[in-house]
Design a protein around this ligand. Structure first.
Ligand code: ATP
Length: 240
C-alpha cells in the first residue's frame, strides 16, 4: 500500500433501492489494525466487499497499493494487495486443507519461492493446518476452518487483510487464539481491517475504530478513546 495505506473516500453502495453505505470515508494506515463496529445490517460486510473490489459502488474512490479503484470491480482484485476473509469462512469443504491453501495463491503474483514462503508462514502461524494438510477441510472444527480461511487469504501475501467476524460461533478459547494470531499477523507487517461482533476483542486489537450506523460513519477515533466513550460502552460493550 505504497506509503500511506488504504484510503476510502465517500464511498456509497446500493443494492437496488437499498442504500447500504452512504459516503463512507475511512483510512487503514500501513501496518495498522482498524476495526469497524456496528449493529446487524449497518453495512459492515458491504464495506468489506467494496474494499476487496468484488462489489461495485457508485461515487467515491478507494486508493491503496498504487491503485485507485473507482467502483468498477477489478478483474484481478488480488493485485490491489487486499484479501478478504468473508463471514462464515467458506472453505472448500471437499478439498484438502493443502488444496484450499493452494487455491489462495491462485492468481497472485510472485514466484514459487514466494508461495513456499507464504505456506511456511501459514504453517508457522497455524501448525494444525500442516498436521491436517491431507484431510478434507470439511472435517476441521469451526475454529480450524477459520484458521484455514485466514491462512488461505495469507497465501496471496496481502498488505491488507479484511476479516469479517472471525470469532463468530467460536468458543471463547478459540476466539482468543484467533485474536492472538491476528495480532501476530499484524506484527509481521500486514494491516488488518476487522469487523467483529465481539467489540471488546476488536477494540483491544485495533489502533483505530469506526462506528457504522445505517450505512454512515457516526464515530471515529483511536480505539482506546472509543472504548472509553459512554456511547460505545453502552451500545457495543454492553456496559450499562
Ligand atoms: P451483519 O452483521 O448482519 O452481516 P452488516 O453490518 O454486515 O450486518 P450488511 O450485510 O453489509 O450489514 O448489510 C447492509 C444493508 O444492506 C442491510 O440493510 C442489508 O439488508 C442490505 N443487503 C446486504 N446484502 C444485500 C444484498 N445482496 N441484496 C440486497 N440487500 C442487501
Amino acid at each position: 500500500m505504497a506509503g500511506s495505506g488504504l484510503v476510502v473516500r465517500d464511498v456509497s453502495v446500493g443494492y437496488g433501492a437499498v442504500r447500504a453505505l452512504r459516503q463512507v470515508s475511512l483510512e487503514v494506515p500501513d501496518g495498522s489494525v482498524v476495526t469497524v463496529l456496528g449493529a446487524n445490517g449497518a453495512g459492515k460486510s458491504t464495506l468489506l466487499r467494496a474494499l476487496s473490489r468484488t462489489l461495485s459502488f457508485h461515487g467515491g474512490a478507494v486508493t491503496g497499493g498504487g491503485i485507485t479503484f473507482d467502483g468498477r470491480p477489478l478483474e484481478r482484485p488480488v493485485d490491489a494487495g487486499v484479501c478478504h476473509v468473508p463471514e462464515g469462512r467458506r472453505v472448500f469443504a471437499r478439498m484438502t486443507v493443502a488444496d484450499n491453501l493452494r487455491a489462495g495463491a491462485l492468481g497472485a503474483r510472485g514466484t514459487r519461492a514466494d508461495r513456499a514462503a507464504a505456506l511456511d508462514r501459514v504453517h508457522r502461524l497455524f501448525p494444525v493446518l500442516a498436521e491436517r494438510a491431507r484431510q478434507p477441510a470439511g472435517l476441521l472444527s469451526g475454529g480450524e476452518q477459520q484458521m484455514l480461511a485466514v491462512g488461505r487469504a495469507l497465501m496471496a501475501a496481502p498488505r491488507l487483510l479484511l476479516l469479517d467476524e472471525p470469532s463468530l460461533g467460536l468458543a471463547p478459547q478459540m476466539a482468543a487464539r484467533i485474536a492472538r494470531t491476528i495480532g501476530e499477523i499484524n506484527e509481521e507487517g500486514t494491516a488488518v481491517l476487522l469487523v467483529e461482533q465481539n467489540a471488546a476483542l476488536a477494540l483491544r486489537l485495533a489502533t483505530h475504530a469506526y462506528v457504522l450506523e445505517v450505512g454512515e460513519v457516526t464515530l471515529a477515533g483511536p480505539a482506546a478513546e472509543l472504548a472509553a466513550s459512554d456511547e460505545v460502552r453502552r451500545r457495543y460493550l454492553g456496559v450499562v
